[in-house]
Structure formats: structure tokens, C-alpha cells
Unconditional design. Structure first.
Length: 291
């Protein structure tokens, strides 16, 4: 069995390269030949006539280049995860919409209307109406941000207007703040329809976000039945073969925060849960292709 590991040419930090190596080693243990390809390397090939050279049996798509994913599928390749599933989970607005039909508990959400870079929000009344709908403070998110880098907390209407003005022209959502989960959440790793590990992430610096890249710590987390069900059902609803599901600790039970198709918490799962997520993913891929 032969596959391509599609990676971003432009992401070269040590953490990302370590993840790629983990997958390559896991593939070797499965007897799978996994060849690394970058989006820059593949894009010109897809413009050529005829079959792709050395076409693989599958693609492990570890990249955010969604149009490349769609193009590979159009050329007949099997992707893990699929382009549709990646797009539905990597766009936070799309995730909210896709999961609304499932009954999974999510923070109340307001989609910020499309605007241009010259938009000023103070005179529109939108911030005041959003604060009234969601309560204060309000969480403001870029729909495609990662590692908590585009997640902010507006404590009043003026702060909300300032954030909307600052990111005018960008795609944003506003969400209800789950106060009970201030500075902590659960990252649940799902592979092939089952949970393989879970950690609690917690900030000790007063940051309301619990992203490890922002300095949060982590420890093993024992899931409740409801938390496990929510994580698996979210992945199923989005069509994901594997994902990291982030759950908030709500007053009346878990609240789904977001779903990450290419979760980078693989080393933390190994450390805390003694589970090799890369092995779990490669085993799932081999099983799916042999079915």
C-alpha cells in the first residue's frame, strides 16, 4: 500500500515537522509506503493532462489548502480526511451550521455579516444587538484561525466594536462566553468513530483561552459518557475520519467549542494517555482501504 502525506510547503516549524515524521514512522510500522508531498510540489502536476504520475492508493491530507484537496479528489484520489470534512471543520462558521441540525450543544452564535476593510461598525447597531443576544462578555473568533490566535473576548459593546473594526473585511463569528469553562477545556481525539484519548487543557496565566500554544498546561482527562458521545457524534456529523474535538465545561454539561481536522495535540496525547495517535490514524486508513 502506498500513500501521499500532503503537507504545507510554507509551514516549517519544528512541531509541524515532528508530526509529519510521526506519521511516516507509523506508516512504516504498518508496512505502508508514505511519501511526503507539498502543496507547492503537487499543484503544477494537477494542471497536466493525463493520469498523475505514481498515483497513490490514498492521501493523508495534513494541510489547510482546501482547493488542492478538492482537486486531488476530482482526480480520483481517496483523501483522509475528505475535502468536504476538512472544510466543514476548519471553518468555524461552517461547523456551527453543520452541527445545528444534530442537537449537539454549542455556544449561541451570531455570524458577523460580510463587510469590507473600510467598514466601521459603531453606527450600525450590530455590536449592541449582538451583546444583547449573547450577553457580555462576547467571544469573537476568526472563522479560520488556529491555536487561539484569532480568539478574543469583548467585555463591553465598545470593545466589541473595536474588535469588529480591527478585523473588518475578515470572516468572523461572535459566540456566547461559557464562563464556567474560563481558561480550560477538553481536547478529545477521535479516530475511526471512537475516542482514543482525552486531555484537559488549563491556563494558569489568567488567559480565558486554553490553547497549549498560548502557554496552557495539560493533564489526562476522564471523559463523561456525555462528553464522549458528543465528540464522536460531532465527527460523524462532519464526516471526519479523525479529529481533535474541543469541549467546554458548561454549567449543565459539555458544550462543543470547535473541531480540528488536523489536530496538533498528538505529542500531548502520547505523553498523557500513552496513545500513539499517528499509529491509530494509519491503522484506521489501512482498515478502511482493506474493507
Amino acid at each position: 500500500m502506498r500513500g501521499w502525506l500532503v503537507a504545507s510547503h510554507f509551514v516549517t516549524d519544528e512541531e509541524y515537522l515532528d508530526l509529519l515524521l510521526r506519521f511516516e514512522r507509523a506508516a512504516t510500522r504498518q508496512g505502508i509506503e508514505l511519501v511526503r508531498k507539498t502543496n507547492v510540489e503537487l499543484a503544477p502536476l494537477l494542471g497536466q493532462d493525463g493520469p498523475l504520475p505514481n498515483s497513490p492508493d490514498f492521501v493523508l491530507f495534513w494541510c489547510k489548502d482546501i482547493q488542492l484537496a478538492r482537486h486531488l479528489e476530482a482526480r480520483g484520489l481517496k483523501l483522509f480526511n475528505s475535502a468536504e470534512a476538512i472544510e466543514a471543520s476548519d471553518d468555524k462558521a461552517a461547523t456551527v451550521c453543520a452541527l445545528e441540525r444534530t442537537g449537539i450543544t454549542q455556544p449561541r452564535t451570531v455570524m458577523v455579516p460580510r463587510s469590507d476593510t473600510s467598514t466601521t461598525w459603531g453606527s450600525t447597531g450590530f455590536a449592541k444587538a449582538t451583546a444583547a443576544a449573547l450577553g457580555l462578555p462576547v467571544v469573537v473568533k476568526g472563522t479560520r484561525g488556529s491555536f487561539g490566535s484569532e480568539v478574543f473576548l469583548a467585555h463591553d459593546v465598545d470593545e466589541l466594536v473595536a474588535l469588529l473594526d480591527m478585523f473588518a473585511g475578515n470572516q468572523l463569528i461572535c459566540q456566547q462566553f461559557i464562563a464556567e469553562s474560563f481558561g480550560r477545556d477538553a481536547r478529545v481525539q477521535v479516530v475511526g468513530g471512537r475516542v482514543v484519548g482525552a486531555i484537559e487543557r488549563f491556563s494558569e496565566t489568567g488567559d480565558f483561552r486554553a490553547n497549549i500554544d498560548n502557554g496552557a498546561s495539560y493533564r489526562p482527562h476522564s471523559l463523561t459518557v456525555e462528553e464522549e458521545r458528543m465528540a464522536v457524534e460531532a465527527c460523524d456529523a462532519l464526516g471526519l475520519d479523525f479529529a481533535g474535538v474541543d469541549l467546554l465545561f458548561g454549567l449543565n454539561g459539555p458544550v462543543l467549542c470547535e473541531v480540528n481536522s488536523n489536530a496538533h495535540s498528538i505529542p500531548e496525547m502520547q505523553e498523557c494517555c500513552n496513545v500513539n495517535v499517528a499509529d491509530e490514524i494509519m491503522t484506521h486508513i489501512a482498515r478502511e482501504l482493506s474493507a
